[in-house]
Design a protein around this ligand. Structure first.
Ligand SMILES: [Cu+2]
Length: 118
């Protein structure tokens, strides 16, 4: 009798522990999805891809020049500006303020893009 009671008690504790673990895992997943990370923008064939993107505050955007000619990444409002990027060179900027950040290539001003930070 005593043994069966303690077994039932143990099973109950185990069950609570597993339920708690499950809740913990869900919370962890939710916060991981909200965490800002790094977003890649490819420069290729005289265009930025994606041309326009929306990211959470704190996100780092990395532009990589996949074209075989040099380009730059220059903020229209002079918030950031890369040096001239040769093929496969990268430029990164971390967006710490919400807002809309249009940019262009200063060598080919018809190349434009936009980052919206929320
Ligand atoms: Cu360019």
């Amino acid at each position: 009798m005593r043994r069966s009671v303690s077994t039932a008690f143990l099973l109950a504790v185990l069950g609570l522990g597993i339920a708690g673990l499950g809740a913990g895992t869900r919370n962890f997943t939710a916060s991981a999805q909200q965490k800002p990370g790094t977003i890649e923008v490819k420069i290729d064939n005289f265009s930025f891809g994606p041309e326009e993107l929306t990211v959470p505050v704190g996100t780092t955007v990395t532009w990589t020049n996949r074209d075989d000619i040099p380009h730059t990444v220059a903020s229209t409002d002079k918030v950031f500006k890369s040096k001239v990027l040769d093929t496969d060179e990268k430029f990164s900027y971390t967006f710490t303020q919400p807002g809309t950040f249009p940019y262009f290539c200063s060598i080919h001003p018809k190349m434009t893009g936009k980052v919206v930070v929320q």
